[in-house]
Design a protein around this ligand. Structure first.
Ligand SMILES: [Zn+2]
Length: 421
């Protein structure tokens, strides 16, 4: 799931068009050159011809629940589909990612082409889909059942057209993209199971035709103030966890952050207390901070850590209660910021594929599985899977499949382009 920033996209597209006209002509026409190849063209055409199957897959995958940390059932289904398509060495790794290889002439370069299995919806959510004309409704239908269906479609189209590539593609359906999943699936790929073996990474996430190359990073915390608590009248004079929390929130509310690079902070949830006539024994908050710029993210994070410590000290000092209140600070999410430069070969390959198919080029920023490779300096992008999405992360999520084959076609051409030397 990621956000759009139209003005920034326009700016960046302009930059690509003007800044690279001379330097990158090779990468700039890669998509068009590949389309001269009969097998590549056949694969792209197969993607369009098989779009009905792709949408059927999208629904099939989506009707198997994949709540946070419980993706196993959907993983099993996708592993079977990988095998049916003919991928090699289909396996499920220790965190639950599904992997399947499509060997090229050589093992390297290796492209990982991924979609995420998990949804934001809790266990027990009704995941049955309904259709009305071109619109399919169902939780997760766009984010990211569309991505999974496109990953499957790319593998199938390439096999059907017998496309041979110099490099190898590992197709992946990964766990843990959403929320508290904290990118654990992709973290495991890059830090463990495929460490040092991934040269390029593409995540297909969501709907539309954007190309995300800037990773908005985030730090998330749950902070809990604790104290002995007591009667509001009888124990008056005790440091109060809710008052400490209030002090912390007041400090956070006054943070100054740069508008560019956009840097944000938010106290998203608060809780605690016993009753109106009790000094609370506990109060907590959940805080989210974001920026696409690692230094700005570090800076707002440092301010946050100082603020919650100071609030604790001030509340204890206010009542001469030194040490009676304590604070527990828990990191509940870390998504590193990063970027793949707009003129990097992987972005240019995606742009050239988009142009070769006469589709509009939109460069985006967002928070996706690509945050991990981008923060490691490994070329990565997240692409949309086509079609039009509505109400992502809501129970009313819907997907309009009108012309969605355009996204599938483009994904095929991008995958082939990135499996070249
Ligand atoms: Zn997503």
């Amino acid at each position: 799931m990621h956000m759009r920033h139209g003005w920034m996209a326009a700016l960046l597209v302009y930059g690509v068009a003007t800044g690279t006209a001379h330097a990158q002509t090779g990468a700039n026409d890669l998509g068009a050159r590949l389309m001269q190849d009969a097998a590549v063209r056949a694969a792209v055409e197969a993607a369009k011809a098989d779009e009905a199957q792709t949408i059927e897959d999208q629904v099939r995958v989506c009707e198997v629940p994949a709540p946070p940390f419980k993706e196993a059932e959907r993983a099993k289904l996708v592993a079977g589909m990988f095998r049916d398509i003919g991928l090699a060495n289909v396996r499920i790794d220790n965190v639950g990612n599904v992997l399947g290889d499509r060997p090229g002439a050589a093992e390297r370069p290796r492209l990982v082409f991924a979609g995420h299995l998990d949804t934001v919806f809790p266990e027990g959510t009704n995941v049955k889909t309904t259709r009305e004309g071109t619109v399919i409704k169902g939780p997760g239908i766009g984010d990211d059942c569309r991505g999974l269906a496109v990953v499957l479609a790319v593998a199938r189209a390439m096999n059907r057209a017998h496309v041979q590539t110099p490099g190898t593609i590992t197709f992946v359906a990964n766990v843990g993209e959403e929320g508290l999943g904290d990118l654990r699936g992709v973290k495991y790929l890059f830090n463990d199971s495929m460490k040092g073996q991934i040269d390029r990474f593409v995540s297909v996430d969501g709907t539309g035709l954007g190309i995300t190359h800037i990773a908005v990073g985030s730090f998330r915390y749950k902070v809990t103030y604790k104290g002995p608590g007591g009667h509001s009248y009888g124990a008056f004079g005790l440091a109060n966890p809710i008052h400490a929390l209030g002090r912390a929130i007041a400090k956070i509310s006054d943070f100054q952050v740069p508008r560019e690079p956009k840097t944000t902070f938010n106290v998203g949830r608060i809780g605690g207390g016993t009753s109106v006539n009790s000094i609370a024994f506990e109060a907590w908050m959940e805080v989210d901070m974001r920026s696409a710029d690692p230094a700005s993210l570090q800076s707002v994070d440092a301010n946050f850590n100082k603020a919650v410590e100071q609030a604790l000290v001030e509340e204890n000092e206010r009542w001469n209660n030194s040490g009676r209140l304590t604070m527990d600070k828990q990191v509940v999410g870390t998504r590193p910021a990063g970027r793949t430069a707009a003129d990097a070969a992987i972005v240019q390959a995606a742009v050239s594929a988009t142009k070769a198919l006469n589709l509009p080029v939109t460069l985006d920023e967002g928070s996706t599985d690509s945050n991990i490779p981008m923060s490691l300096g490994i070329p990565a992008i997240t692409i949309d899977g086509g079609g039009r999405g509505m109400g992502a992360h809501s129970l009313g999520e819907a997907f309009d499949s009108t012309d969605s084959w355009k996204g599938t076609e483009r994904a095929v051409l991008i995958a082939i382009a990135l499996a070249q030397k």
